[in-house]
Ligand binder design. Structure first.
Ligand code: BG6
Length: 487
């Protein structure tokens, strides 16, 4: 890894994502010796700062977002010494020549990271090319969300594609960088036990919950245009669906994996008007209490338009219409201001074909595989055993076979998603990045839902600190099931 040296130009270097995630991730790579000695980092932002002032800003960000015991002084000095800064108005071509000069005709590949609004991706790519700052190896990294719907995402992808070929475009979905998300591939394809059971013959339904405790955190303007469907489902949840539902790829090559994911996205059941209210529930949080603290409702957040109908929660029942998954519902839910931060997938296996135990316990008698992505990463397989005790007869009892990552592998630090993703960009490996057709099929499916709910604009209210609107519970109980609660 150490010889994958690059020039990294980071647009939006003083933005929230860069400060909170990207610089801390790059710093961790430095600390682990994974940044090649000659790799250089150029920050770009509109503000007029000199290099020293920029380095102090980054040092401050690292002190805020990296744990004190991990902020090794020597690594910090080495890291800050790599940093350069250029003030730039991204939308104007003037000024881009300075990037070419900064490169000094360097032989190492250039990586351009766009941590800015997607609507200016095209301008930046064009100006970079026109200024001669790029070469045949240059790569571009772009953040989600790409567009607002299929049409706008196609426009943005066209603009990037006019400058960079697909093989050098790295579309981030940071969930793919999470160690536990990658583990889905290992879990499914390295364990014959699961490999043989992973289909509609053995699985009755799948649940995915991505709950967040945070609210809008000063991002009202951005979030209100997007809503939870575009902000979380179009990308993160659908990527999880893909990894759970895809067929085994022939190997671990980027396109082998992405081809299989695209097949899942194409097979997602489109939404129709009659599914609204029954199979889709949109919610918006009102004031409530989280961890004993009162928090305002979405419409009372700073900068809010009080008449907004944007959803901060969405639950849906969908499915993958193919041979493997016919008749297996996928229940998804995600929301802001839930009681806890929790990303979890639950695979519910079917019951035995013939049941011989206590009739009262019939509902209990099925295995569940609980995959906890965050926090407290781990995997638990719920199995049934005999309840012990002389008076219990053949009563059944549920218990987990539990793999808790932090206690099973105590010495390994789970790296942040961005560390892994930045490392893969440096190595030129694309398997953790989203291909254009994935983005587009995901939009096509979301667009079918957005079109259906146009007439049903008003979201249901739920108090902050609850698990969403009551209707989202009814959505699953109407099928005789419930959202999984124990772990
Ligand atoms: C981002 C969304 O992509 O993911 C945010 O824009 C959300 O709204 C975040 O809070 C959640 O990421 P994580 O890693 O905290 O689960």
């Amino acid at each position: 890894d150490i010889d994958t040296e690059i020039d990294l130009a980071l647009f939006g270097a003083l933005g929230d994502l860069a400060q909170r995630k990207l610089f801390p991730a790059l710093f961790h790579l430095e600390r682990e010796g994974l940044l090649a000695p000659d790799t250089r980092l150029l920050g770009l932002a509109r503000q007029e700062l000199d290099v020293d002032a920029f380095r102090s800003r980054i040092e401050k960000a690292l002190k805020t977002y990296v744990k004190a015991e991990e902020l090794d002084r020597e690594a910090l000095a080495r890291f800050l010494a790599r940093l350069d800064f250029l003030p730039l108005d991204f939308t104007k071509p003037e000024g881009y020549a300075a990037i070419r000069e900064w490169r000094q005709e360097a032989a190492r590949p250039m990586v351009v990271y766009l941590s800015v609004a997607a609507k200016i991706y095209g301008d930046i790519c064009r100006h970079l090319e026109a200024s001669g700052s790029l070469d045949d190896e240059s790569r571009v990294v772009v953040e989600k969300p790409i567009g607002y719907d299929l049409a706008s995402s196609a426009e943005i992808n066209d603009a990037i594609g006019a400058v960079f070929p697909e093989s050098r475009i790295y579309r981030i979905d940071h969930y793919l960088g999470k160690e536990t998300v990658q583990n889905l591939i290992a879990l499914r394809f390295a364990n014959p036990l699961f490999g043989t059971q992973w289909n509609q013959n053995h699985i009755s339904h799948v649940e995915i919950t991505v709950a967040e405790k945070v609210g809008i955190e000063g991002r009202w303007g951005y979030f209100d245009d997007a809503g939870q469907l575009r902000d979380m489902v179009q990308n993160h949840l659908l990527q999880l669906v893909c990894l759970i539902a895809m067929d085994p790829p022939a190997n671990l090559d980027a396109d082998a994996i992405r081809d299989e994911k695209v097949k899942v996205l194409k097979a997602l059941k489109p939404f129709t008007d009659d599914m609204l209210g029954r199979d889709v529930v949109r919610g918006q949080y009102i004031a409530g209490t989280i961890d004993g603290r009162s928090v305002p409702g979405y419409l009372e957040e700073e900068g809010a338009n009080r008449a907004s109908h944007t959803e901060t929660f969405v639950a849906m029942k969908t499915g993958v219409a193919n041979w493997r998954w016919a008749g297996v519902p996928f229940y998804l839910r995600t929301g802001k201001r839930m009681p806890e931060k929790l990303s979890q997938i639950v695979i519910h296996f079917r019951q035995q074909p013939h049941y011989i135990f206590d009739p009262d316990q019939r509902e209990l008698a099925a295995n569940k595989l609980v995959i906890r992505l965050q926090p407290e990463e781990g995997i638990a397989l719920e199995v049934l055993t005999k309840d012990s005790g002389l008076d219990k007869g053949m009563r059944l009892r549920r218990g987990p076979l539990h793999l808790d990552f932090s206690s099973a592998f105590p010495k390994t630090r789970i790296p942040d998603a961005y560390e892994r993703l930045l490392l893969e960009v440096m190595k030129g490996q694309q398997y953790l990045f989203v291909r254009r057709d994935e983005v587009e099929h995901a939009w096509r499916w979301c667009d079918s839902l957005i079109a259906a709910w146009e007439d049903d604009e008003v979201p249901r209210r739920y108090p902050a600190g609850s698990w969403g609107p009551v209707a989202s519970i009814a959505m699953i109980t109407q099928d005789g099931r419930s959202w999984y609660e124990d772990y």
